[in-house]
Write a protein that binds this ligand. Structure first.
Ligand SMILES: [Mg+2]
Length: 363
């Protein structure tokens, strides 16, 4: 794998990548990934020292197309269905206040080719509304706040957008809040730890638009405090050249870093802030900083959600639920297969809460 440490993509890179994917080394990497025997498997790639082939391998691994039944059975043993073990989760939450943290793409809405059309179903919105009626609920997403609010359209929720770098609370009168200003006139805005990066992110957004326009299907999304370069509609043969273009742009901006998600490269400020930090900030804002009476439930499908799963494990509170139909290394305790199962799980929580309100001894 001589070109793995080479920061310049050579013309033969596509064939190299294909060789890599079918070769024994990459199969070993994938095997480790699926069998999680390699505890230090790379989950996040910073710009420094990273290379295009590693990104491509990870993107493929993050969006696997097949898995062995045996591996899946073993994985499910360690990460059982949150629906099948619903009673176990409720038992753990007994006497505590449940707080929901929900990723958006791939969790509340299906992953679709056009990220601008990642709508959630009416059924999901109705369920989410019911969930928020009974439990404090936050959407934690890489999307920009305005965009995710336009998808969800529920003013009673908390929104931790741009990977938690843009946090907004519900308004007291429940009216819709869409302002994204930075001048503190919007009292619903709770926290924006990366405000000083806005001009730089805008500048990089414009450069990336220009540099990637020649790659069919490439889409650059401005999430205000971070940028996403979507590979969903890009031919797999163009993944490496596209990733290389992104890397070259980022070389000029050491205060920004690259992370990798499901068919997406994301550009973020180098501040130590992620979905896990956002979860802790929101728990603190809700008054649960040092409380043992809280039971956070975090549901997400992406690598960026692992930061939140880790926080829950470290705190020994609540549960992390990974949305995935295929084995992935995760710090989540339970799994749900897809957004329709997420809806089913949330609906059961609502029904359980309603019945426990009628019959308080069951809660
Ligand atoms: Mg997601």
């Amino acid at each position: 794998m001589t070109n793995q440490n080479n920061n310049v993509v050579r013309p033969e890179v596509n064939s190299c990548i294909n060789t890599l994917i079918s070769g024994p080394e990459s199969m070993a990497v994938l095997g480790e990934f699926l069998g999680f025997s390699h505890s230090n498997f790379i989950k996040r790639l910073d710009l420094e020292g990273a290379n295009v082939n590693a990104w491509i391998d990870l993107m493929r691994a993050a969006s696997p197309t097949r898995s062995e039944n045996q591996e899946k059975s073993s994985w499910i043993l360690y990460h059982p269905s949150a629906i099948k073990l619903f009673d176990e989760i409720i038992y753990s939450a007994k006497g505590k206040e449940i707080v929901f943290f929900l990723d958006y793409d791939g969790t509340l809405s299906p992953i679709v080719a056009d990220p601008d059309k990642a709508f959630m179903t009416r059924k999901m919105r109705a369920t989410l509304k019911d969930i928020a009626r009974h439990f404090p609920t936050a959407i934690v997403t890489g999307r920009c706040r305005d965009k995710v609010f336009n998808f969800v359209k529920l003013a009673e929720l908390y929104y931790a957008a741009s990977h938690g770098m843009d946090i907004m609370g519900p308004t007291k009168n429940g009216s819709a809040v869409k302002s994204n200003n930075n001048n503190n006139t919007n009292k619903a805005v709770l926290f924006q730890p990366a405000g000083q990066f806005l001009p730089m992110i805008d500048e990089v957004y414009k450069i990336l638009l220009e540099k990637t326009k020649c790659v069919p299907g490439a889409k650059v999304e401005n999430n205000k405090f971070c940028l996403s370069v979507h590979f969903r509609c890009v031919d797999e043969k163009s993944w490496a050249p596209l990733a290389e273009k992104v890397r070259l742009v980022l070389n000029e901006y050491p205060k920004l870093r690259l992370t990798q998600g499901r068919k997406v490269l994301e550009i973020r400020p180098t501040i130590k802030w992620d979905k896990g930090k956002a979860l802790e900030f929101l728990l603190e804002s809700l008054g649960y900083e040092n409380s043992n009476d809280v039971f956070p439930i975090y549901i997400g499908d992406d690598r960026t959600d692992e930061d939140a799963f880790k926080v829950l494990r470290r705190r020994g509170q609540g549960v992390g639920i990974l949305v995935s139909s295929v084995p992935k290394e995760t710090d989540a305790s339970y799994t749900l297969q897809d957004p329709s199962e997420v809806e089913h799980f949330l609906r059961r929580l609502v029904e359980w809460k309603r019945s426990s309100n009628v019959n308080p001894t069951s809660a």
